[in-house]
Write a protein that binds this ligand. Structure first.
Ligand SMILES: Nc1ncnc2c1ncn2[C@@H]1O[C@H](COP(=O)(O)OP(=O)(O)OP(=O)(O)O)[C@@H](O)[C@H]1O
Ligand SMILES: [Mg+2]
Length: 335
């Protein structure tokens, strides 16, 4: 059974609990004929404690964005349960979903696309405050200035009346982060926050996220293609492949003693662990990720796995193996 539960990390302190989550998309030909189902997230479970930083890694198309979009209430889960701060996402009404948006800050990949082009920075940052009932203008102004200072856009007066296109990519991403923080969320979700920025700029953005996370004791979930930076910015890592987790664990355990052949292949593909090279594309293991319309039976990595065992890996779902507390690998090799 690929249950993907993490008993070691379950705690009464959990900010977020996800159980057997599936988010599927129906493909339609000519708008109505059923042409297949994309199993973008296909049976994922985990708990997040308050204050931890988790990196989700894996190749393009493995379901990372769909997973976090489902947590944000932007994609609808097909099955499973998401509980945030004790409240189930599935039973939330419109008001509860609004509260959820205040609990979770979202930092997208493309900062320019994320910012409305015809609004000034002060208007962009005022909007969530207004929507969430901060009606006093002076209070809004105070919080907008504080947010700009927190993300290093100082002095705030230099930025308030500017429009997004007048800022650099790094500055735009700082505005996106300020907007994500302005309602003082408990959780920040960042979807490849630096992949469109230059390497030197992206290290600054990652450091900023890490500092804010520490100072505010926030929970941070960030998606990255780049395993070489996660040691500096995460406590835990979830390795995703074809809609599922294949390995999860504390960052040092997972990077120093990876158990799953896919994690090992990802690590072997890192040419240069220098954090100054953050955000650079890396080669990925040989072969192609599988179709999520018809995922391979058994272990989803088996068609590319150098250690595949015929008759087992290609038939049966791999069991969970825990080499140490907090690290889990779903693989037949350790049976
Ligand atoms: N709204 C949608 N409708 C149909 N298919 C979708 C939709 N959103 C995502 N998908 C598909 O789901 C799969 C997972 O996509 P997702 O964007 O979650 O991957 P990802 O891991 O974030 O990839 P990347 O690293 O390229 O951002 C892909 O096959 C994608 O084409
Ligand atoms: Mg994505």
């Amino acid at each position: 059974m690929n249950e993907q539960v993490h008993p070691a990390s379950a705690s009464a302190q959990a900010l977020l609990t996800v159980r057997d989550l599936r988010t599927w998309f129906t493909l339609r030909k000519w708008g109505f004929l059923h042409a297949g189902t994309v199993h973008a997230v296909d049976g994922v479970s985990f708990d997040l404690a308050r204050g931890e930083a988790v990196a989700i890694v894996g190749e393009s198309g493995c379901g990372k964005s769909t997973l976090v979009r489902t947590l944000l209430g932007l994609d609808r889960p097909t099955e499973g349960e998401i509980v945030i701060e004790g409240e189930s996402l599935g039973t939330m009404d419109a008001a509860a979903l609004r509260r959820l948006r205040a609990t979770v800050g979202y930092v997208q990949q493309d900062p320019y696309g994320a910012l409305p082009p015809f609004m000034s920075i002060s208007k962009i940052l005022a909007e969530p405050l207004r929507i969430h009932g901060v009606s006093d203008r002076r209070e809004r102004d105070r919080r907008i200035r504080a947010a700009l200072e927190e993300v290093g856009l100082t002095p705030p007066d230099e930025f308030l009346e500017k429009f997004p296109h007048m800022l650099s990519g790094g500055q735009q991403q700082r505005v996106v982060i300020a907007r994500a923080l302005i309602l003082e969320p408990a959780l920040i979700v960042a979807d490849e926050p630096v992949s469109m920025l230059d390497a030197s700029v992206s290290v600054g953005i990652l450091r900023l996220l890490r500092r804010i996370q520490h100072e505010r004791a926030l929970t941070l979930v960030f998606i990255t293609h780049d395993l070489s930076t996660v040691r500096h910015f995460a406590n835990r890592v979830f390795v995703m492949y074809a809609g599922r987790f294949v390995e999860t664990g504390a960052v040092d355990d997972l990077l120093d003693t990876p158990q799953h052949p896919y994690t090992q292949a990802l690590l072997a593909a890192i040419a240069d662990p220098d954090p100054d090279n953050a955000g650079r594309e890396r080669p990925v293991p040989g072969g192609e990720p599988p179709s999520l319309v018809r995922p391979p039976p058994g272990c989803r990595f088996h068609p590319r796995c150098p250690q595949v065992m015929a008759g087992l890996c290609d038939r049966e779902e791999p069991p969970a193996f825990e080499p140490r507390r907090g690290q889990t690998s779903w693989c037949w090799l350790h049976r």
